[in-house]
Design a binder for this molecule. Sequence first.
Ligand code: HEC
Length: 122
Amino acid sequence: MKILMPLIAIFLFAISGCYYDSKEYLYPQLTSCDTTNITYKVCIVNILDMSCVGCHSGSASSGGGIKLDSYTEVKKRVDDGKLMGSIKWTTGFKKMPKNDSKIESSSIVILEKWISAGAPNN
Ligand code: HEC
């Protein structure tokens, strides 16, 4: 039995290694986001750039008039509740990203933490 323990440890290490590898591959920018010190410029901009800004920028005509490419515009959608409503698919809001699956739950947590800290422009 004792001899099995290191093998199990190596096995678990190998699986978790793979898991992180694939996450970094899929979400390369998020790895630079320090989740204990969430900032608009690193964390929030990265999440919105990856999933939202393609449709919601000043140059895109496809975002229904909503822009998410500057702090001022994002803050408006924080204050009217539409940002979290649309990301969490709350009843009464349009489900975002449009025609796609929900964004990563870890990204939703990051957005929630930032908003509960007062959505600072940091
Ligand atoms: C493929 C283009 C596309 C993507 C990607 C997209 N949106 Fe939208 N979004 C739209 C369009 C178009 C509308 C206008 C309403 C509609 O047609 O559904 C909209 C509306 C909204 C609204 C207003 C919702 C309401 O209930 O009034 C918010 C807020 C929003 N989007 C946020 C986001 C966020 C946050 C993301 C990223 C997680 C995102 N969108 C990704 C196209 C997109």
